[in-house]
Design a protein around this ligand. Structure first.
Ligand code: 5GP
Ligand code: MG
Length: 174
């Protein structure tokens, strides 16, 4: 039987390093919010990060989600909004949770859409960022790790729908 691990060439960020960074990231988030928050997950890539992060946060929270598709294999395409399930956001403190900030096209779309709901504050937490590409007009207040411009999988991130279940972040075998 083949396993998802057979398809990756190099572990970039091991499981224990992700775990430690998520607790320090949660502390950064906790320092910013006093009251209740609404977490909006950008699915599907953020599922694993979301589930680990929210369990490190003590706030009363509601969770909504948006699905966005932006990659065909490892080639970026124009992001498209899919399903949307959101509580009332008007006047609330809203935290977007995403997997990775690459060109920023996905988060630009999501942030613009959510701003239209007139939240009191809108901030973004992303597990990964490729700083060489991330544009200045797409803010991310909470960033887990900055990585080089390479295609990574695992911990929620996929290639053609697979490898999301890897517990670490890895480079795909060429
Ligand atoms: P952006 O719109 O910022 O270019 O890309 C954001 C989305 O593209 C991410 O939410 C993620 O779903 C996908 N993406 C960008 N870079 C990578 C990568 O290195 N690996 C994987 N698996 N997905 C990526
Ligand atoms: Mg995504």
């Amino acid at each position: 039987m083949g396993s998802a691990n057979d398809d990756v060439s190099r572990v970039l960020i091991p499981e224990n390093v992700i775990r430690d960074r998520i607790s320090s990231l949660a502390a950064e988030i906790e320092a910013v919010y006093d009251g209740d928050i609404i977490v909006v997950a950008v699915l599907t890539g953020s599922v694993v990060f979301l589930s680990d992060l929210i369990r490190c946060l003590p706030h009363r929270m509601e969770i909504g989600y948006i699905t966005v598709s932006s990659y065909k294999g490892d080639l970026p395409t124009e992001p498209r909004l899919g399903s949307v399930s959101l509580p009332e956001l008007r006047g609330r403190d809203v935290l977007i949770v995403d997997d990775i900030l690459d060109t920023g096209n996905t988060l630009r779309l999501v942030q613009g859409m959510l701003r239209g709901h007139e939240p009191r504050t809108l901030r973004t937490a992303t597990l990964l960022r490729k700083p060489s590409k991330a544009p200045p007009d797409v803010p991310a207040e909470f960033v887990g790790f900055d990585i080089e411009d390479m295609f990574v999988v695992g911990y929620g991130l996929d290639f053609e729908g697979r490898h999301r279940n890897l517990p670490h972040i890895s480079e795909l075998r060429a």
